[in-house]
Design a protein around this ligand. Structure first.
Ligand code: 5AD
Ligand code: SF4
Length: 473
């Protein structure tokens, strides 16, 4: 081959490379969506798209959306509006919506938001290559089919804007709990679990890339059940061999804890009705499984819990907390709470405050009830707690939580905690920031350490959300 021809070929290759399309992806809502965006990035990269953090460079903009509260949906719609100018200046730009809003609204999304070209539900991401072909030929494309099997276990996620230290590993998809206020069972479908082999392989890959902490993710991790594939609800139809060799969450935790003693292991989210003693015992017996549980309760009132279909009473929840604290005295516990659920009275609200006082959570995520179309609560109950009352109640529980958080962080003063350094502190470039195993943020002056190091830090001060200390290594 002549030198000239060779250079020409190399140039053509280069042109192809520089002209490759770019995608920009933005995620909203829960950690599952952020993990899913990494699966989507992997699928799209194989189609020749490079990822970009600059909107102006993008040929394809994707929003991975959340439907959990009305406000989350409004945020997405406003964001879509902001792309109008971009689309006017770049006629080839395509805009896609993924995730829960895509599933909820389906093709209605195309009618309601003219800017949208592509709608893909959470179980249809593997169809994106076909859907891209459609939109690149000028047609709109929609796939919102929910699946009985899809777990994306065979896809190696592309870690987007990662700190290189902590990563999410999804282990279940969907939710069967049918809490009456929640849209998730409708947008993410029935519960199914991922093959433990592929979970272990993904963690091995992360370990090989120097990651130090993983979070096993699912809407309801304690309900994890692998019996060879299929929906959780079909487990009763499994063969006796499948039942005998099945792996539940406690067993999975054990497998991961044992296989990766040098990796910190977290999991989220737990639900009281599905968490059992085996899980707590497993946490207690492996030093690398972090002593921290996110255990949403949603309300402290039995009558509200019943109307929410939470499948546990206040007493059962408190009993579980007692068991956790007995077996793991230093376990950090956080919660989710909803205020202003239909028919919630002052007395119900007081029950919530009293439950919080009893547990004294390390921290919590608190929300005003937001009616979601299609849910049992939307169909059967009137959203009848006045907006002002919701607001006042929410502020009360936020204030109470703040005082409990301060109470908890104060307990660490004078103690030494192990911190995994994740990044530079936002407030000071001379400080590192990381978390202790209880998931509380710790900041301390930099010495010779680097991101990814485990460091012992003596705590000498705190706010309600942050521990402040000095490394002693
Ligand atoms: N309104 C308000 N909060 C909600 N959550 C779920 N659905 C709703 C709703 N309709 C909250 C719950 C859940 C968290 C992820 O979001 O507290 O645990
Ligand atoms: Fe929604 Fe309840 Fe499932 Fe959580 S457990 S995702 S709140 S239905």
């Amino acid at each position: 081959m002549s030198v000239k021809l060779q250079t020409k070929r190399i140039k053509a290759k280069k042109d192809l490379k520089t002209s490759s399309k770019k995608f920009y992806i933005e995620s909203y809502g829960c950690q599952m969506n952020f993990a899913d965006s990494e699966v989507v990035a992997s699928i799209i990269s194989k189609e020749g798209y490079d990822s970009t953090r600059n909107l102006n460079d993008a040929d394809l903009i994707l929003l991975n959306t959340c439907s959990i509260r009305e406000k989350a949906e409004t945020t997405v719609r406003k964001r879509l509006e902001s792309f109008n100018k971009l689309k006017r200046s770049n006629k080839h730009l395509k805009v896609g919506v993924l995730g829960c809003m895509a599933e909820r609204l389906k093709s209605k999304f195309l009618e309601e938001e003219k800017i949208v070209d592509l709608v893909v539900g959470p179980d249809a991401y593997k169809d994106i290559p076909n859907l891209l072909e459609e939109i690149n030929e000028g047609r709109n494309a929609v796939n919102v089919i929910l699946s009985k099997e899809e777990t994306y276990g065979d896809i190696n996620p592309v870690r987007l804007s990662s700190n290189g230290v902590t990563a999410f590993v999804s282990i279940t998809r969907g939710c069967d709990n049918m809490c009456t206020f929640c849209v998730v069972p409708f947008t993410r479908g029935r519960e199914r679990s991922r093959d433990p082999k592929s979970i272990l392989e993904e963690i091995q890959n992360l370990k090989d890339s120097n990651y130090k902490e993983i979070t096993l993710l699912g809407q309801n991790v304690d309900s994890y059940l692998w019996y060879g594939g299929g929906l959780k609800k079909d487990f009763k139809k499994a063969s006796s061999l499948q039942k005998k060799t099945s792996i539940d969450f406690a067993k999975l935790l054990k497998l991961v804890g044992e296989a990766f003693p040098e990796i910190r292991i977290r999991f989220s989210t737990s639900n009281p009705q599905d968490m059992n003693l085996d899980v707590i015992k497993t946490m207690a017996s492996y030093a690398n499984i972090c002593n921290y549980i996110h255990l949403p309760v949603q309300s402290g009132s039995n009558s509200v819990l019943k109307e929410m279909n939470r499948q546990h009473t206040r007493k059962e929840y408190l009993e579980l907390i007692k068991q956790i604290k007995n077996l793991i005295p230093n376990c950090g516990i956080s919660h989710d709470m909803i205020t202003g659920f239909p028919n919630e009275t002052d007395e119900d609200h007081n029950q919530t405050l009293s439950l919080m006082k009893e547990v004294k959570y390390d921290f919590g995520y608190m929300f005003k009830y937001s009616e979601r179309p299609g849910t049992f609560a939307a169909k059967k109950f009137e959203d009848n707690v006045d907006e002002e009352v919701k607001k006042v109640r929410l502020q009360e529980i936020i204030d109470l939580q703040q005082s409990h958080s301060k109470f908890r962080t104060k307990q660490y003063i004078g103690k030494t905690v192990e911190v995994l350094i994740e990044k530079e502190s936002k407030k000071s470039n001379s400080h590192w920031a990381g978390r202790n195993e209880q998931n509380t943020v710790v900041v301390f002056p930099k010495k010779s350490h680097k991101i990814g190091d485990f460091v012992n830090v003596k705590i000498n001060d705190c706010t309600s959300a942050t521990l402040i200390g000095e490394s002693i290594d």
